[in-house]
Design a protein around this ligand. Structure first.
Ligand SMILES: NC(=O)c1ccc[n+]([C@@H]2O[C@H](COP(=O)([O-])OP(=O)(O)OC[C@H]3O[C@@H](n4cnc5c(N)ncnc54)[C@H](O)[C@@H]3O)[C@@H](O)[C@H]2O)c1
Length: 450
């Protein structure tokens, strides 16, 4: 790795100075988490290499182009690529073996089997532990892993020729998509788990350099850090499941969801943040982490019922929504339903774990024809293409529809004109579980909210 070295000859003494006191950094995985950390470190003057297994992502990033919608991250990425502070490459044994600070930020659990990607971790351990190091490198587990994973990874390292001395730290990430860079620059807290006193020192030195001393750091052991991460997401999932269930009941009884939400959330012990009903909780983290906390691979005998409960409320919500739709529309076979928004939350283009997509799948099974419109997704979007029609022209998307469903509360949908839409649709039914639209205005044009 490029470092400025100065060799000073003093009689028999050769002293080696590292002119660049900042260690070079390797980040494995160029997703939201890996890139946000890598780009931030690069803006702080570190030389960062990002190793990414996906060829097309690598070539796009090498041009300074981000492959997902994160505005501030995109802007900063361009700058650090141009200034050569950040480099992107395919995984490379030599880069791994020459690195002293290594963040692992891959999507560590398979999203269909929910098993840890042990093959990837074994290869990473073998590469890094395959070379003798004068100063042991530190591996920082940034991805979300099952409880006890660091112990399993330690065993993988210990099996390699020189892995025994490698330092290991669990430093989970809490960023919110849509604010990936903002949250990385100014996190609410930092969790650092390590089982040996000195393992975390290199990371703490970096964080001292880049973060204000006002940001709280919780230092703990590896397993506690793993639990903190999963438990935080289970709590958030549970909180969302709670308000979704209350809203579901309120809708059934024709009660005022908005005032009920406020009436509960204004209690300062409860709060209104992260307390908005919708189609359930989705994304690539909350549902996954509700499953990972009860993973068989953890070998814990404990069962986290709160995680199971949150997931079951999430499923109930979609089932009830479909029942409500059938009540109004009758048999769904052959009926066109337009879903506005496919991303799992507003202002982003990530459809992983999207509840709008889950709903679309369930409706499709009942014979409905689904058309999506999303301002941030192109026709080539992989998750949608081939499965559902993604229509970028809103007029075409709603034409002859039996129902319009708000799938993602993108701000753009707030300004939809019911007068114009009323002329296009076949039946005037609307589903807006987010409370995004002005009901009175829509009802005036003949729309009925389900
Ligand atoms: N996205 C979030 O909001 C968020 C927030 C906090 C924590 N996390 C956790 O952080 C981890 C990463 O999340 P993400 O959203 O950045 O994932 P992501 O899927 O966006 O990115 C992961 C990247 O790693 C690459 N990759 C996978 N295996 C690799 C390997 N062996 N070598 C090199 N590259 C490899 C993938 O190709 C992908 O580009 C996950 O465990 C996730 O649960 C995510």
């Amino acid at each position: 790795m490029p470092v400025n070295h100065l060799l000073l000859f003093q009689s028999h003494l050769i002293i080696e100075f590292n002119m660049n006191s900042k260690p070079d950094i390797l980040v494995i995985g160029a997703g939201y988490v890996g890139l946000a950390s890598a780009v931030f470190l690069a803006t702080k003057g570190y030389h960062v290499t990002v190793a990414e297994k996906n060829d097309s992502t690598v070539s796009q990033l090498q041009k300074g182009k981000l492959h997902f919608r994160e505005q501030l991250l995109a802007k900063n990425l361009k700058q650090v690529v141009n200034s050569k502070k950040l480099q992107v490459s395919l995984p490379d044994k030599k880069i791994y073996q020459d690195s002293k600070i290594i963040f692992i930020a891959i999507d560590s659990a398979n999203q269909s089997s929910w098993k840890m990607r042990m093959g990837s971790f074994t290869k990473i351990a073998q590469w890094i532990g395959g070379k003798k190091h004068k100063n042991a490198p530190v591996i920082i587990l940034k991805s979300t892993n099952i409880i006890g994973f660091s112990e399993q990874f330690r065993k993988l390292l210990d099996k390699t020729p020189f892995g025994e001395h490698i330092k290991l730290v669990v430093n989970p990430e809490f960023l919110r998509e849509g604010f990936a860079f903002e949250d990385t620059v100014k996190p609410w807290r930092i969790i650092i788990g390590s089982d040996n006193k000195n393992d975390a020192k290199p990371l703490l030195d970096i964080y001292k350099n880049i973060y204000s001393s006002k940001i709280p750091i919780v230092k703990t052991d590896c397993k506690s850090a793993e639990l903190i991460k999963l438990a935080s997401n289970v709590y958030l999932a549970h909180r969302l499941a709670f308000i979704h269930e209350i809203a579901d009941f309120a809708r059934l009884e024709k009660l005022d969801v908005e005032s009920i939400k406020k009436g509960i959330g204004l209690d300062q012990r409860i709060g209104l943040d992260y307390f908005t009903p919708g189609l359930g909780f989705g994304g690539s983290c909350l549902p996954k982490d509700c499953i990972l906390i009860n993973s068989d691979e953890s070998k814990n005998s404990y069962k986290f019922e709160s995680a199971i409960g949150a997931m079951s409320v999430n499923e109930k919500l979609i089932k009830n929504l479909i029942k409500n739709l059938i009540k109004s529309l009758g048999d769904l076979r052959g009926q066109k339903i337009t879903i506005l928004g496919a991303a799992f939350k507003s202002e982003i283009d990530d459809t992983r774990g999207s509840r709008a997509v889950v709903l679309a799948q369930a409706l499709k099974k009942r014979g409905a024809k689904i058309v999506f419109n999303d301002p941030y997704l192109s026709k080539s979007e992989k998750l949608i293409a081939g499965t559902f029609t993604l229509e970028s022209d809103l007029n075409k998307a709603v034409k002859a529809s039996s129902a319009i469903i708000i799938g993602t509360p993108h701000k753009k949908f707030k300004s939809l004109k019911p007068t114009m839409l009323a002329k296009k649709v076949k039946l005037q039914f609307v589903v807006d579980y987010f409370g995004l639209l002005n009901n009175a205005k829509w009802e005036k044009q003949g729309f009925k909210f389900i």
